[in-house]
Design a protein around this ligand. Sequence first.
Ligand code: CND
Ligand code: ZN
Length: 362
Amino acid sequence: MKAAVLYERRQPLIVQEVELIDPGPRDVLVRFVASGVCHSDLSHWQRDTWSPLPLILGHEASGIVDQVGTQVSRVKPGDHVIIAFGNKCGECAYCRRGEPYLCTPEDPAKNISLRAHARRNSTTVYGFIGVGSFAEATVVPESNCVPIATSVPLEPACLIACGVSTGVGAVINVAHVQPGSSVVVIGAGGVGLNVIQGAHLAGAARIIAVDINPQKLDLAQQFGATHGVNSSADDVAGRIRQLTGGLGADYAFEVIGLPQTIRQAYETVRKGGAAIVVGVATEDAAVQFSAPDLMRSGKRILGCNAGGVRPDIDFPLIIDLWQAGRLQIEELISQRFALDQINEALIALQQGKVTRGILAFA
Ligand code: CND
Ligand code: ZN
C-alpha cells in the first residue's frame, strides 16, 4: 500500500510503497476513506517527541473493514468504522474502570504505538498512536474499531475520531459544563471549534473565543461563539472580566498547547472555576501557579486526554447529535487533499489556512 512516511522530523514525508503487517487473530485490516490532519500530527512532525521513527502519522480516520483475524467478532468485512486512536486493551485497570483514554497495557509489548505497523524492505515502520492514517490502510486491534451505520457519511465521520470527540468530550465528559455558564475557548482551531460547539450544546450562555487569527474568530461565531477576542490586539483578561460581570469565566479551555495560554486560561476563570488543558505542549513545558492562590481561589486545573472519550459510547452519541442537526461536522472541512499532497496539507494547517483539512482516499 501507499503511505506517507516520516523518516526525519521537519523534513517532508515521503509517499512510498510499504507492506502492512498481517492482521493477528484479534486484528482488523481497514481501508481508509478519510483522515483528518490534526495539529498533533503536525507536532510529531515538527518536534522531537517520544514517537518512534520511521513513522506513518495520522490518527483521525474512518474506513471500511477489508479483512478480519480469526478471533474477531465485533466487525466483518464491508463494515464502516471510525478508528479510535491509542491503546484500548480492554484489560488494564483503566479500561476496566471505564477510562479507556488512560489505557496503560500491563505488557509494554502490547503498546500499539510501539508495535511494528508496516515494513519497507527490512525496516520496521510504526503507525502513529496505532492508526497511521496518512496511508491507504491500517491494521488495528478490533477494540479500536467502532462500527457505524452505512447511512452515516463516512468521509466527514473521520473527524469524530479526534477533533470532534476531543472538543465535545472536553466540555461534556471532563468539565461537565452547566447550562447558563460562561466559557472561554483559547485557540479556535479544528479542536477548539468543537469545544465551542460542545459548549453551545451544553447550554453555555456566553462562549468567548480567543485567537490571534481573525478568520478563526469569524469561524468561531459560526460554531456558536457569542464573542470573539483577538489576543494579538485586545487585552484578553480585561475583556473577559468585562464580559463575565467582573468575576471571570466559569470555564476556560486551552486548545493550543502553550505554557502562556495555559496560564491565561487559569487567570481568566473566576474563583471556583475550571481551567481545562486540551492543547498538547512540548514535553519539557512547565507552567507556574501560585500555590496559595490556587488554594484560596478554589480554582481547578483539569487535564483532558482525548476528551475523556469512551469511543464505544461517545462516537455513536456524537453521530446521533450530528444526524439530529445539533453538531456541525461537514462544515469543519474546508479543504480536501490527496495522499500525495500530505506535505501541503500539513503546511496549510501550520499556516492557519484550514478549518480542518482532510485526506480523501475515495
Ligand atoms: P489548529 O492549528 O487547528 O488550531 C490552533 C489554533 O490556535 C489556531 O486557530 C491558531 O490561530 C490558534 N493560536 C495559535 N497560537 C495562539 C496564541 N498564542 N493565542 C491564541 N490563539 C493561538 O490545531 P488543532 O485544533 O488541531 O489542535 C489544537 C491543540 O489540541 C494542539 O495542541 C493539539 O495537539 C491538541 C490536541 C489535543 C488532544 C487531546 O487529546 N487533548 C487531541 N487532539 C489534539
Ligand atoms: Zn488529534
